[in-house]
Write a protein that binds this ligand. Structure first.
Ligand code: M6R
Length: 589
């Protein structure tokens, strides 16, 4: 939610252009507006350029300079206007502030500042930060840190001071990472690594309660509360530049869907010790609770079926609905949080609540250096690589594969599971052949003018249908409603009329006959029945055949949903990488 980016000692002497390019890589974090502030080489004052809308193909004619900060916004406080776009300046235009998070106590702070005569030009909580810093008499670093300590909520800020040509940043609950291009003595600050991966993969992820000063002389790290300097060692990530580029694909979403041809089996060789450790805790009768939001919560639900298959009872809750049940969490609970970003506010709140109840916590996370990673006792990084498209795809399947491996680790069958995942990897390639894609596109075309589509699934195909439907909704804005097959006759069937599109997700398993019976109930009401299954059936008017992979069939069934969503989105004129109103990581409650 919101992307922060800054460059210090820009080698091209055109820091505003460098920031513009970096922000384009962070656009997935918010695309209501964008803005850049630069300290021009030949002028004493900061120059700012701010616009509403996506940064996409935008240009800026800001002057040259060696230091600049920028921001791409997902609006929370204040509408989508040029004035509310970041950076925000103090009354004198001496400092510029970019911010990711919500300053929960901003009203109070703003009232006090206005009484002191500060003039506000936006409705944002962020502008309060600029005026608060201005209001302090101490050194700029101390002013920024003490201001930051006054803010409540989860926040990360970056501040550009034109006098000292320094960027000062602080973090509490929202991500910040520093990039070190030592060779060229240029430094970067970002909400995420792809913003500067083109220049360096040497990074330091700030922890909560840490602040940095970045100037051409280098980077210093501080404890925000004591103000004391801290030692730190940057790490070198094994991410490649291609991970942050579209590499010939028209959209990141399509690239990431295709990457699943490799990422799923890649996951299978990770975390083997950690999986054994988690399995041991379950064997020691820890009660398993799984949580996450959106796609991650569907992954958690699918994991519940895998665990049940091996005789382990578990509970799942969307992280945003867990609070009434937190009192049932105790020291004998194994609390597994699923998250692509590791920064989702609701998920972090749930984990913190579980920790206060004494639970053992586990993170299934894709992005590295996240808050979730630091909060939890055991971390299972799923290794799908940077996921740039707002719609989650490859992280989901990598997380699901990890939960599958966990279930098999409980049976001592991890090697067989790895083999099955490798087979899956080979089989899903069939979904991407030109013939298969042509068929999918034809079905997508036939659905372009629909208003509603319905989906049913049973057992593990039930969470699969939830995820399939979310992909359609996010990418094409078509109303896609999923149901447990057995729920149809309890009310939902009223919605079915002649030619209503109904997707039936199925596997060749014990639920097959029942789901087909539900399909025939839909057919009897005139529904257009499209099977997503590894078999043909007379109940289906059409079928998208998926490989028969036993308990792993839900993987290809879901990938069909990802692809269909993508092509539907293209056909309906949506931007598959940046669905309206969404942001990649939802760092606010
Ligand atoms: O980063 P997380 O996995 O914690 O994000 C959770 C959800 O916000 C995320 O899955 C969301 O539902 C995506 N838009 C799904 O495509």
């Amino acid at each position: 939610m919101c992307g922060i980016f800054a460059v210090v000692n820009d080698n091209s002497d055109n820091a505003a252009q460098t920031v513009l390019k970096g922000l384009k890589k962070l656009e997935y974090r918010g695309y209501d507006s964008w803005g850049i502030a630069v300290k021009p080489a030949d002028k004493p004052a900061l120059q700012v350029d701010k616009h509403i809308g996506k940064i996409g193909d935008a240009n800026t004619d800001l002057p040259k300079g060696k230091i600049a900060i920028g921001h791409t916004r997902w609006a929370t406080h204040g509408g989508v206007t040029d004035q509310n776009a970041h950076p925000h300046l103090d009354c004198n235009g001496r400092i510029a502030v970019i911010h990711n998070g919500i300053v929960e106590n901003y009203r109070d702070l703003k009232d006090k500042l206005m009484k002191k005569g500060h003039r506000f030009s936006s409705q944002t909580d962020t502008e309060t930060v600029a005026h608060l810093i201005e209001n302090k008499k101490n050194s700029l670093k101390e002013a920024v840190f003490s201001t930051f300590n006054e803010l409540t909520g989860s926040n990360a800020i970056g501040v550009l001071d034109y006098q000292s040509e320094t960027v000062i940043a602080a973090r509490n609950g929202s991500p910040l990472v520093v990039g070190f291009d030592k060779k060229n003595s240029q430094y970067f600050l970002g909400s995420d690594v792809p913003a500067f991966l083109k220049y360096t993969n040497r990074v330091y992820f700030l922890k909560d309660g840490e602040g940095v000063t970045i100037s051409k002389a280098g980077v210093n790290l501080y404890d925000l509360y004591s103000g004391k300097r801290k030692e730190f060692t940057p790490q070198v990530l094994n991410w490649k530049l291609e991970d942050a580029e579209k590499s010939g694909y028209p959209h990141f979403l399509l690239k990431e869907i295709h990457e699943q041809k490799n990422t799923i089996s890649g996951t299978a060789s990770l975390n083997l010790n950690e999986l054994k450790q988690v399995a041991d805790l379950i064997r020691k009768k820890y009660k398993v609770v799984l949580t996450g939001c959106g796609t991650a919560s569907y992954c958690a639900l699918a994991g519940k079926y895998y665990l049940s298959n091996v005789g382990v009872e578990s509970q799942t809750y969307p992280a945003n609905e867990i609070m009434p049940f937190v009192r049932f969490i105790d020291k004998k609970t194994l609390f597994i949080a699923v998250s692509q970003s590791g920064e989702t506010a609701d998920t972090l709140i749930a984990v913190k609540a579980a920790k206060t109840r004494g639970a053992k916590t586990v993170a299934l996370v894709n992005a590295r250096g996240s808050t979730l990673e630091r909060l939890t006792d055991i971390v299972l990084p799923v290794g799908a690589g940077p996921e740039i498209a707002v719609v989650s795809t490859k992280a989901f399947t990598a997380q699901l594969a990890t939960l599958y491996l966990l279930s098999k680790a409980l049976q001592g069958k991890i090697s067989q599971a790895k083999q099955k995942l490798r087979k899956l990897q080979g089989e899903i390639k069939k979904l991407f052949t030109p013939i298969a894609i042509k068929h999918l596109i034809a079905i997508a075309k036939s659905l372009l003018d629909e208003e509603h589509i319905y989906l049913i699934g049973k057992h593990s195909n039930y969470p699969a249908s939830l995820e399939f439907a979310l992909k359609i909704k996010e990418t094409s804005y078509l109303h896609a409603e999923p149901f447990a097959a057995g729920e149809l006759k309890h009310g939902v069937i009223t919605l079915i009329q002649k030619d209503t599109p109904c997707f039936i997700l199925a596997s060749n398993d014990e639920s097959k006959e029942e789901v087909l019976s539900s399909a025939s109930q839909l057919k009897a009401r005139g529904g257009r029945i499209i099977g997503i299954a590894p078999f043909e059936a007379e109940e289906f008017d059409e079928v998208i055949k998926t490989p028969d992979l036993g308990d792993l069939t839900i993987f290809p069934n879901i990938i069909v949903g990802q692809l269909l969503g993508y092509y539907l989105g293209i056909g309906r004129g949506a931007d598959p990488d940046k669905p309206r109103n969404l942001a990649k990581s939802v760092t606010v409650k």
